[in-house]
Design a protein around this ligand. Structure first.
Ligand SMILES: NC(=O)C1=CN([C@@H]2O[C@H](COP(=O)(O)OP(=O)(O)OC[C@H]3O[C@@H](n4cnc5c(N)ncnc54)[C@H](O)[C@@H]3O)[C@@H](O)[C@H]2O)[C@@H](O)CC1
Ligand SMILES: [K+]
Length: 521
């Protein structure tokens, strides 16, 4: 399971190793990992051209030492320094035949541009976990020269806050990041996560505490997937009640059902909103018609808007999901209030998010009395509205807060509402009210299109109904959803995702660490 730690946790774990002999052992371990990565990536070190961007701290030391080892293997290495440099690192580089440009005089723009232009690889060692605030001008000037496709960030892309992922001003964009000891939180958090490229972890022997942020890998997800056993039946596998789709937005219900059918629940009750005054079982709900045409295995009950009694009369369920294809308003608020009054886990999305915000605004303790969790799945815009309605946050500053400290902001929202918050976006975050947090490392930017969230809601609801705990259901759902997107033909459409999920699940279950389908658990 990949883990991420705070800078303070990393510093504390380094301290005992820095205190003992031999001196510099941690840096030499880090450098060995970095050089191994560079050699693997270049294929041939001899004759390669490397530029090192060397800040004044140990991050610059790592990059200079790596430059020295690469120079000793026949690479041509030029270091560009915006200020003083790590003494031993720069001495090692010079001794190995590398060259140092700056700090006095500062390397001229033409020199820097020419060296970087010819470089096979640029090592960004301007700043690591010691960086504070936006890059100073001399550092920012060099960072701007780093070519994203040929730059490898050492530990952290310079200009990205290692703790929060904040990017204040200029920051290096890397094609890969080689990080030491553990993932730093900021590598997984937007906007910094967009600067890292794939992250390679080098073990330097740190003994680390409980992580502050976790992620699931394929093996973790395979182990968490609900898999039917010999004694399973459709009811025992879990029943999901999915409240989705209206005459105005029938398609969202089809997408959510598509996701729900792939999440592991054995039985799916779909409740769609029909026309005002429609009787239970009214065959003229557009959403019901569309769902049944696309997914005959769903059992669909059309209800009149806001008719909670008819919704519950659809039958017993182990979990609810509500919101896709519903227009926010008093009828949806009534349905949601009915669900919150019952004690099954609930996923709240799309058209049910504003109503939840209103219910929380009227009674901040509305979720506290429940023993079953509530999971909300907003994107950024919905998050700003939800926190305005529920907590009185100023929506004009929510974007800024998310960019400054995404994890901290979501943690505050989860703690204050009592809901588990899944904030969608590049690097979806799932945070429970006690602060336990998961970052999703799968997916692609192609997921940013209408309807993909509806598939996710159905999928997560189905995992919940099948017995996966809420926070993990969110994290597993986001992982599967992202993997499906990675396999999609481009450009991706939301309705492609349900058909891609079986391949993803089959691959995961075929993995060595995963139980086989049908295996009794
Ligand atoms: N502590 C250790 O033993 C190890 C540290 N390692 C490396 O050391 C790094 C941390 O080293 P440091 O603590 O020296 O910190 P950094 O090298 O990240 O940065 C410290 C230097 O940057 C300057 N600085 C801070 N903010 C700045 C800004 N916004 N603009 C420009 N300059 C700024 C500081 O004045 C200081 O000179 C890690 O990221 C990692 O790369 C690795 O070698 C592994 C072992
Ligand atoms: K760096």
């Amino acid at each position: 399971m990949p883990n991420a730690h705070t800078v303070d946790q990393v510093r504390a774990a380094e301290a005992p190793l820095l205190a003992g002999p031999p001196p510099g052992i941690l840096m030499q371990r880090a450098v060995s990992g970095l050089v191994a990565y560079v050699a693997r990536r270049l294929g041939r070190v001899h004759g390669a051209r490397i530029v090192v961007l060397a800040g004044g701290g140990d991050n610059g030391g790592d990059a200079l030492w790596a430059g020295a080892r690469l120079a000793a293997r026949g690479a041509r290495v030029d270091a560009l320094a915006p200020g003083r440099t790590h003494p031993e690192g720069s001495a090692a580089l010079l001794a190995a035949g590398g060259r140092l440009h700056g700090p006095d005089p500062a390397p001229a723009d033409e020199v820097a541009r020419a060296l970087v232009g010819e470089a096979d690889l640029v090592l960004d060692g301007l700043l690591g976990i010691g960086g504070r605030g936006g890059l100073r001008p001399a550092h920012a000037r060099l960072a701007a020269f780093a070519p994203p496709r040929r730059t490898v960030a050492v530990d952290v892309p310079s200009g990205v806050d290692a703790d929060t992922g904040e990017v204040a001003g200029e920051a290096v964009r890397a094609s890969a990041t080689v990080t030491f000891g553990t993932h730093k939180r900021g590598l997984w958090l937007m906007p910094g996560a967009a600067h890292t490229g794939p992250v390679e972890l080098v073990d330097i022997g740190l003994v680390l505490p409980e992580p502050d942020l976790r992620a699931l890998d394929d093996a973790d997800v395979a182990a968490l997937l609900p898999v039917p056993g010999a004694a399973s039946s459709k009811y025992r596998r879990g029943v999901l009640g999915l409240v989705a789709g209206s005459d105005a937005y029938p398609g969202a219900a089809v997408l959510a059902v598509g996701g729900a059918l792939r999440g592991g629940a054995g039985y799916l009750r779909v409740i769609t909103e029909g026309r005002l005054g429609a009787a239970p079982g009214d065959p003229h709900s557009r959403a019901a018609d569309l769902v049944l045409r696309a997914h005959p295995e769903a059992v669909v009950t059309p209800i009149a808007p806001g008719d909670g009694t008819a919704m519950l009369a659809a039958g017993r369920v182990q979990a609810w999901a509500i919101g896709p294809g519903l227009a926010p308003g008093p009828p949806v608020r009534d349905l949601l209030a009915t669900l919150l009054g019952a004690d099954e886990p609930v996923v709240v999305d799309a058209g049910a998010l504003d109503p939840l915000g209103e219910l929380l605004g009227a009674d901040p303790a509305v979720l506290r009395g429940r023993s079953a969790p509530v999971l909300v799945t907003p994107h950024e815009g919905e998050f700003a509205r939800l926190t305005r309605l529920a907590l009185g946050w100023d929506p004009r500053t929510t974007d800024t807060e998310l960019a400054r400290d995404r994890l901290g902001t979501v943690r505050r929202a989860a703690a204050a509402t009592g809901a588990t918050v899944l904030l969608k976006g590049a690097r979806t975050l799932v945070v429970d009210p006690a602060g336990a947090a998961w970052a999703n490392l799968t997916g692609s930017a192609w997921l940013g299109s209408a309807g993909t969230g509806d598939v996710l809601t159905g999928l997560i609801g189905s995992l919940l109904a099948a017995g996966v705990p809420a926070t993990l259901a969110g994290a597993v759902g986001a992982h599967l959803h992202g993997r499906a997107a990675e396999r999609a033909a481009l450009p991706l459409a939301a309705s492609d995702l349900p058909d891609l999920l079986p391949r993803v699940v089959t691959e995961l279950l075929d993995g060595e660490t995963a139980p086989k389908p049908g295996h009794c658990r």
